[in-house]
Design a protein around this ligand. Structure first.
Ligand code: BDP
Length: 593
């Protein structure tokens, strides 16, 4: 599946804006065929956005179940004879879509795209009604998992991840047109040998018998940089300008389907960054050079729109990343919108790309340790069927993001239970899935504090060790001396594994404006002292090649006695004002500060 584009043979029309919306707590809409007519008793809802916080209605904020979105669209009259596709960049966490009265597609998983060929159901020039039933419920067969419990006050959604279960149509919906003979997919793999770069590609096309695949590479200044023929090929680029951290140099690869008269039947443009990624011993190499990650685990989270994508806020967040000297980010804890990855490509920000497999750990809930009343891996909870859903989530992530040069490492899960036999059995096949899907990038998962060195049974499968640790926060709270000792000892043990270590989370909740001259948790001073302690420890271990503070900004969570208006571990507040820690990080990460 390729993302809709405007090219010389393709067109797209955004369906963003106001849609009709209504909740469907009884899940009556399917049997009552709400798609068959104008959505009654509806209100207006913005797309893209999470619906939760927009209606000043508590029952919608905390809603669990089906909701319906509907709008009409006039199909451009020039699209006669074209293949017409309805494309959703995401629907959280699952959706079924109708065009008119015909069901066209269902999709599981809230953060990856899906589409349907609707050519036979629409007439260029005419209006058509699009309805989507979107369900935000999480179960033991979803990624992320959750459970809807029957309680005395009705069914309640419970989950084990520490961010609010925002839902809805978070990203752009497109109607698009391609020729009926079309480029269906492209995979690009790049190489570097001194000043020479290679751009290897594989193209899949539909209905292209008798056509030739022709590719044209152009540099960022618009100068021709090479070309090739065939569905598979390699373009050699002399004096290549590599993509590198801080230097988001992109070539454009135009993929053409050409007929015997030389006419271009279809054209698709793939941005290409020529770079290599490799793990060697404890080093993480980009273009053969050791790379040290600085930056954050982030969230797609803003007041009002929740997890909805917004270009202005994207530009603001990346501006702050640049200001603070971050060279990288992790898409904690789900695939981010494709605009984020495009932006990272163009600006040379390195990305650890994560699936939505978060909360596969019944010993943890919303950052709170302790038994949560379930066994993590069992026939009734996370089981083989869950693993199939997880495997599909990995495949869809790789399929979507494989061509982004910014993506250098796959994270297949965040903080799963990883110290049990069940965990080992669950994860071993998933590492095979990610390696099969992408043999070119390293892969790992993010290890939780409850599975320290010597106990974790899943790290053996990972190329890179990613550790989340809260010494001085959840343990040794307020005692940074003891925290330093314990953290140092654990890192020394992990260093012996001979793999690169990225500390993917370390952080302390901080109430902006709260101060103290002592080391009092929750104050701005404590956050700075906590980060300083961590940095002293990292600097003593050569195998530590990355530090990602938790979190870039404060974010919304589910209600909990450890959360005051959400998680407050941000270097920035939720509205992106810097805490003292932001200035401290800037001093460490920017040589010019
Ligand atoms: C880790 C999780 C992250 C939480 C964080 C915290 O990976 O999602 O928000 O801790 O407790 O357990 O702040």
């Amino acid at each position: 599946m390729l993302r809709p584009q405007d090219t010389r043979t393709r067109e797209r029309k955004s369906l963003n804006g106001l849609w009709s919306f209504r909740t469907d707590p009884a899940s009556a809409g399917r049997t009552e065929r709400w798609f068959a007519d104008r959505l009654r008793d509806s209100v207006e809802m913005a797309v893209p956005a999470s619906y939760n916080d927009l209606l000043a209605d508590e029952s919608v904020t905390r809603y669990s179940g089906d909701v319906w979105y509907q709008r009409t669209v006039r199909v451009p009259r020039g699209w006669d004879g074209q293949r017409i596709v309805l494309h959703f960049e995401s629907a959280t966490h699952r959706a079924t879509v109708w065009v008119g009265e015909t069901e066209v597609v269902s999709h599981e998983g809230g953060y990856t795209p899906f589409e349907a060929d609707v050519t036979g159901l629409v007439r260029p020039g005419d209006e058509v009604r699009i309805s989507a039933c979107v369900d935000n419920r999480l179960s033991f067969r979803t990624i992320p998992p959750g459970v809807v419990e029957d309680t005395a006050t009705g069914p309640k959604q419970r989950y084990w991840h520490d961010f609010f279960n925002y839902a809805g149509l978070h990203r752009t919906v497109w109607l698009s047109a391609t020729p009926t003979t079309y480029v269906d997919d492209v995979t690009v793999v790049t190489g570097l040998d001194g000043a020479t770069g290679t751009v290897g590609y594989t193209v899949a096309a539909v209905g292209a018998d008798g056509l030739t695949v022709h590719t044209e590479l152009t540099d960022a200044e618009g100068r021709p940089a090479g070309s090739a023929d065939g569905a598979e090929g390699t373009i050699v680029v002399e004096d290549v300008h590599p993509w590198a951290p801080g230097d988001g140099y992109l070539y454009d690869l135009e993929i053409q389907l050409v007929d015997s008269s030389g006419a271009v039947v279809d054209s698709y443009h793939q941005p290409v960054g020529v770079r290599t990624v490799e793990v060697r011993g404890t080093e993480f190499l980009i273009n053969g050079e050791p790379f040290a990650f600085t930056g954050f685990g982030m969230h797609e989270d803003h007041a009002g729109i929740g997890k909805g994508h917004n270009d202005a806020l994207l530009v603001q967040d990346f501006g702050l990343l640049r200001w603070i000297g971050a060279n990288s980010l992790r898409t904690s804890h789900y695939p981010y919108s494709e605009e984020v990855l495009d932006h990272a490509d163009r600006h040379g920000i390195v990305v650890i790309d994560e699936t939505a497999a978060v909360g596969l750990n019944m010993g943890l809930g919303g950052g709170i340790f302790g038994s949560q009343g379930y066994e993590t891996y069992s026939a009734d909870t996370i089981n083989d069927a869950t693993r199939e859903v997880h495997a599909q989530a990995i495949r869809e992530l790789v399929a979507r993001d494989k061509n982004h040069p910014s993506v250098v490492l796959w994270s297949i899960a965040n903080e799963p239970e990883s110290d049990t036999e069940g965990a080992e059995k669950y994860f071993e096949p998933l590492f095979r899935v990610v390696k099969e899907a992408d043999p070119t990038r390293p892969a790992g998962f993010v290890n939780v504090m409850l599975a320290p060195h010597g106990k974790c049974r899943v790290s053996q499968f990972a190329d890179v060790l990613m550790l989340n640790r809260y010494y001085g926060w959840y343990v040794h709270t307020g005692d940074l001396e003891a925290a330093e000792l314990a953290w140092d000892a654990e890192l020394a043990a992990w260093s012996g594994e001979g793999k690169p270590i990225i500390v993917t989370e370390y952080g302390a909740d901080t109430v902006p404006g709260m101060h103290s001259i002592g080391s009092e948790p929750w104050t701005e001073e404590y956050q700075v002292a906590y980060l300083d302690m961590n940095h002293r420890v990292f600097d003593r271990h050569d195998a530590v090649v990355g530090e990602h503070v938790w979190n870039f900004a404060d974010f919304a969570t589910t209600a909990g006695i450890m959360r005051v208006g959400g998680n407050k571990k941000g270097a920035f507040t939720r509205d992106r004002r810097p805490k003292n820690a932001a200035f401290a990080l800037r001093r460490r990460w920017r040589s010019d500060s």
